[in-house]
Design a protein. Structure first.
Ligand SMILES: CCCCC/C=C\C/C=C\C/C=C\C/C=C\CCCC(=O)SCCNC(=O)CCNC(=O)[C@H](O)C(C)(C)COP(=O)(O)OP(=O)(O)OC[C@H]1O[C@@H](n2cnc3c(N)ncnc32)[C@H](O)[C@@H]1OP(=O)(O)O
Length: 172
Protein backbone atom coordinates (compact mmCIF):
# COMPACT_ATOMS: atom_id res chain seq x y z
CA UNK A 1 0.00 0.00 0.00
CA UNK A 2 1.29 3.48 -0.85
CA UNK A 3 2.20 5.75 2.03
CA UNK A 4 4.18 8.93 2.66
CA UNK A 5 5.76 8.02 6.00
CA UNK A 6 9.51 7.46 5.94
CA UNK A 7 11.06 6.36 9.25
CA UNK A 8 14.75 7.21 9.74
CA UNK A 9 17.15 4.63 8.32
CA UNK A 10 19.24 4.53 11.53
CA UNK A 11 16.63 3.37 14.06
CA UNK A 12 17.98 1.71 17.21
CA UNK A 13 17.01 -1.99 17.35
CA UNK A 14 14.89 -2.96 20.36
CA UNK A 15 14.16 -5.92 22.57
CA UNK A 16 11.11 -6.71 24.70
CA UNK A 17 11.17 -5.49 28.29
CA UNK A 18 11.75 -8.42 30.68
CA UNK A 19 8.44 -7.59 32.43
CA UNK A 20 6.45 -7.05 29.23
CA UNK A 21 3.02 -8.68 28.99
CA UNK A 22 3.46 -12.25 27.75
CA UNK A 23 2.57 -13.34 24.21
CA UNK A 24 -1.17 -13.84 23.78
CA UNK A 25 -1.99 -11.85 26.93
CA UNK A 26 -4.11 -8.71 27.12
CA UNK A 27 -2.05 -5.55 27.74
CA UNK A 28 -4.20 -3.95 30.40
CA UNK A 29 -2.12 -1.17 31.88
CA UNK A 30 -4.12 1.82 30.67
CA UNK A 31 -7.19 3.17 32.54
CA UNK A 32 -10.83 2.10 32.61
CA UNK A 33 -12.27 5.33 31.18
CA UNK A 34 -9.92 5.62 28.21
CA UNK A 35 -11.92 6.15 24.97
CA UNK A 36 -9.76 3.56 23.23
CA UNK A 37 -9.49 0.72 25.71
CA UNK A 38 -11.56 1.52 28.82
CA UNK A 39 -14.25 -0.91 29.91
CA UNK A 40 -16.25 1.81 31.70
CA UNK A 41 -16.88 4.24 28.83
CA UNK A 42 -20.42 3.92 27.39
CA UNK A 43 -19.18 5.13 23.98
CA UNK A 44 -15.67 3.88 23.52
CA UNK A 45 -13.82 1.49 21.29
CA UNK A 46 -13.32 -1.06 24.12
CA UNK A 47 -10.23 -2.39 22.40
CA UNK A 48 -8.37 -5.28 23.97
CA UNK A 49 -4.80 -5.13 22.72
CA UNK A 50 -2.98 -8.47 22.81
CA UNK A 51 0.80 -8.82 23.05
CA UNK A 52 2.56 -10.66 20.25
CA UNK A 53 5.64 -12.81 20.79
CA UNK A 54 7.96 -10.11 19.47
CA UNK A 55 7.52 -6.34 19.25
CA UNK A 56 4.00 -6.56 17.87
CA UNK A 57 0.43 -6.45 19.11
CA UNK A 58 -2.97 -7.38 17.71
CA UNK A 59 -6.55 -6.33 18.40
CA UNK A 60 -10.00 -6.87 16.97
CA UNK A 61 -12.84 -4.38 16.73
CA UNK A 62 -16.42 -5.06 15.63
CA UNK A 63 -17.57 -2.22 13.38
CA UNK A 64 -20.87 -1.25 15.01
CA UNK A 65 -23.59 1.18 13.91
CA UNK A 66 -22.48 4.23 15.93
CA UNK A 67 -19.12 4.15 14.11
CA UNK A 68 -20.82 5.03 10.80
CA UNK A 69 -19.33 7.76 8.62
CA UNK A 70 -20.39 7.34 4.99
CA UNK A 71 -23.62 5.33 4.66
CA UNK A 72 -22.98 1.77 5.78
CA UNK A 73 -19.26 2.23 6.39
CA UNK A 74 -16.91 3.21 9.21
CA UNK A 75 -15.97 6.86 9.84
CA UNK A 76 -12.30 7.51 9.08
CA UNK A 77 -11.79 9.24 12.41
CA UNK A 78 -13.03 6.22 14.34
CA UNK A 79 -10.64 4.02 12.40
CA UNK A 80 -7.82 6.50 13.10
CA UNK A 81 -8.62 6.43 16.82
CA UNK A 82 -8.42 2.65 16.77
CA UNK A 83 -5.01 2.79 15.07
CA UNK A 84 -3.90 5.35 17.67
CA UNK A 85 -4.87 3.04 20.51
CA UNK A 86 -3.38 -0.12 19.01
CA UNK A 87 -0.08 1.49 18.00
CA UNK A 88 0.09 3.47 21.28
CA UNK A 89 -0.17 0.34 23.38
CA UNK A 90 2.65 -1.52 21.63
CA UNK A 91 5.51 0.54 23.16
CA UNK A 92 4.59 -0.92 26.56
CA UNK A 93 6.29 -4.07 25.26
CA UNK A 94 9.58 -2.18 25.54
CA UNK A 95 8.53 -0.58 28.84
CA UNK A 96 7.85 2.83 27.31
CA UNK A 97 4.75 4.88 28.23
CA UNK A 98 4.08 7.19 25.30
CA UNK A 99 1.86 9.84 23.75
CA UNK A 100 1.18 10.27 20.05
CA UNK A 101 2.92 13.09 18.23
CA UNK A 102 2.19 11.93 14.69
CA UNK A 103 -0.31 9.48 13.19
CA UNK A 104 -1.10 8.93 9.55
CA UNK A 105 -3.63 6.53 8.10
CA UNK A 106 -4.03 5.14 4.59
CA UNK A 107 -7.57 4.07 3.77
CA UNK A 108 -7.58 1.41 1.05
CA UNK A 109 -11.13 -0.01 1.05
CA UNK A 110 -14.52 0.98 2.50
CA UNK A 111 -15.05 -0.89 5.77
CA UNK A 112 -18.66 -2.01 6.20
CA UNK A 113 -20.71 -1.82 9.39
CA UNK A 114 -21.12 -5.36 10.71
CA UNK A 115 -17.57 -6.39 9.80
CA UNK A 116 -14.74 -7.00 12.27
CA UNK A 117 -11.43 -5.21 11.92
CA UNK A 118 -8.29 -7.19 12.75
CA UNK A 119 -5.37 -4.93 13.65
CA UNK A 120 -1.68 -5.69 13.81
CA UNK A 121 0.91 -3.11 14.92
CA UNK A 122 4.65 -3.45 15.27
CA UNK A 123 7.42 -1.32 16.66
CA UNK A 124 9.93 -0.46 13.95
CA UNK A 125 12.55 1.01 16.26
CA UNK A 126 13.42 4.04 18.33
CA UNK A 127 15.60 7.10 18.22
CA UNK A 128 16.04 8.70 21.62
CA UNK A 129 12.52 9.22 23.04
CA UNK A 130 10.88 8.74 19.62
CA UNK A 131 9.31 5.37 18.84
CA UNK A 132 8.26 4.52 15.29
CA UNK A 133 5.46 2.09 14.50
CA UNK A 134 3.59 0.62 11.56
CA UNK A 135 0.17 -1.02 11.61
CA UNK A 136 -2.35 -2.60 9.29
CA UNK A 137 -5.93 -3.83 9.36
CA UNK A 138 -7.88 -6.49 7.51
CA UNK A 139 -11.39 -7.95 7.72
CA UNK A 140 -10.43 -11.59 8.20
CA UNK A 141 -8.11 -12.25 5.27
CA UNK A 142 -4.60 -11.05 6.16
CA UNK A 143 -3.78 -10.84 2.45
CA UNK A 144 -6.46 -8.16 1.93
CA UNK A 145 -5.33 -5.07 3.83
CA UNK A 146 -8.13 -2.49 4.10
CA UNK A 147 -6.15 0.24 5.91
CA UNK A 148 -2.69 0.88 7.28
CA UNK A 149 -1.08 3.39 9.61
CA UNK A 150 2.27 4.79 10.63
CA UNK A 151 2.83 6.51 13.92
CA UNK A 152 5.43 8.32 15.93
CA UNK A 153 5.17 8.31 19.71
CA UNK A 154 7.31 10.05 22.30
CA UNK A 155 8.14 8.55 25.70
CA UNK A 156 6.84 10.58 28.63
CA UNK A 157 7.08 10.68 32.39
CA UNK A 158 3.40 9.87 33.01
CA UNK A 159 3.15 11.63 36.41
CA UNK A 160 4.69 14.85 35.12
CA UNK A 161 2.93 14.84 31.75
CA UNK A 162 -0.59 14.64 33.23
CA UNK A 163 0.05 16.54 36.50
CA UNK A 164 -1.71 19.71 35.35
CA UNK A 165 -4.83 17.84 34.12
CA UNK A 166 -5.12 14.95 36.53
CA UNK A 167 -7.67 16.58 38.88
CA UNK A 168 -10.03 17.17 35.90
CA UNK A 169 -10.10 13.47 34.97
CA UNK A 170 -13.46 11.76 34.49
CA UNK A 171 -14.34 8.90 36.78
CA UNK A 172 -17.48 6.96 35.79
C1 LIG B 1 -5.35 9.14 25.37
C2 LIG B 1 -4.34 9.48 26.39
C3 LIG B 1 -3.24 8.53 26.43
C4 LIG B 1 -2.45 8.81 27.62
C5 LIG B 1 -1.30 7.86 27.80
C6 LIG B 1 -1.11 7.67 29.25
C7 LIG B 1 -0.17 6.97 29.78
C8 LIG B 1 0.80 6.26 28.97
C9 LIG B 1 0.84 4.91 29.53
C10 LIG B 1 0.65 3.89 28.81
C11 LIG B 1 0.34 3.97 27.39
C12 LIG B 1 -0.61 2.89 27.14
C13 LIG B 1 -1.48 2.92 26.18
C14 LIG B 1 -1.56 4.08 25.26
C15 LIG B 1 -2.68 3.84 24.38
C16 LIG B 1 -3.08 4.67 23.47
C17 LIG B 1 -2.32 5.81 23.07
C18 LIG B 1 -3.16 6.99 22.74
C19 LIG B 1 -2.20 8.10 22.83
C20 LIG B 1 -2.78 9.41 22.57
O1 LIG B 1 -3.68 9.61 21.82
S1 LIG B 1 -1.98 10.67 23.38
C21 LIG B 1 -2.93 12.10 22.99
C22 LIG B 1 -2.38 12.94 21.88
N1 LIG B 1 -1.03 13.35 22.09
C23 LIG B 1 -0.65 14.34 22.92
O2 LIG B 1 -1.45 14.90 23.62
C24 LIG B 1 0.81 14.75 22.89
C25 LIG B 1 0.95 16.26 22.93
N2 LIG B 1 2.35 16.60 22.80
C26 LIG B 1 3.14 16.80 23.87
O3 LIG B 1 2.69 16.77 25.01
C27 LIG B 1 4.60 17.07 23.62
O4 LIG B 1 4.80 17.38 22.28
C28 LIG B 1 5.52 15.87 24.03
C29 LIG B 1 5.50 15.70 25.56
C30 LIG B 1 5.03 14.58 23.36
C31 LIG B 1 6.96 16.14 23.58
O5 LIG B 1 7.35 17.38 24.08
P1 LIG B 1 8.75 17.51 24.84
O6 LIG B 1 8.95 18.96 25.08
O7 LIG B 1 8.84 16.59 25.97
O8 LIG B 1 9.80 16.98 23.77
P2 LIG B 1 10.18 17.53 22.31
O9 LIG B 1 9.25 18.59 21.81
O10 LIG B 1 11.64 17.84 22.31
O11 LIG B 1 9.90 16.25 21.36
C32 LIG B 1 10.66 15.07 21.59
C33 LIG B 1 11.13 14.58 20.23
O12 LIG B 1 9.96 14.32 19.44
C34 LIG B 1 10.01 15.04 18.21
N3 LIG B 1 8.64 15.41 17.82
C35 LIG B 1 7.70 15.95 18.58
N4 LIG B 1 6.57 16.11 17.88
C36 LIG B 1 6.83 15.64 16.64
C37 LIG B 1 6.05 15.51 15.46
N5 LIG B 1 4.78 15.89 15.42
N6 LIG B 1 6.63 14.99 14.36
C38 LIG B 1 7.92 14.58 14.38
N7 LIG B 1 8.71 14.65 15.49
C39 LIG B 1 8.16 15.19 16.59
C40 LIG B 1 10.87 16.26 18.53
O13 LIG B 1 11.43 16.81 17.36
C41 LIG B 1 11.92 15.64 19.45
O14 LIG B 1 12.83 14.90 18.64
P3 LIG B 1 14.41 15.05 18.85
O15 LIG B 1 14.68 14.61 20.26
O16 LIG B 1 15.03 14.22 17.82
O17 LIG B 1 14.68 16.52 18.68
Amino acid sequence: MKHAFVPPADLEPLVRHPKATGPGQHIGLHHSTCFGCGDDTPLGLHLKVIAGDDLSVTAQMPVVDWMQGGPGVIHGGVLSAAFDEVTGTAPLLIGAPVVTVHLEVDFAKPIPLGSTLHFEARILGKQGRKIYLAASAHLGDPEQIVASAHALFVTIDVQKHFAEHYDKRVIL
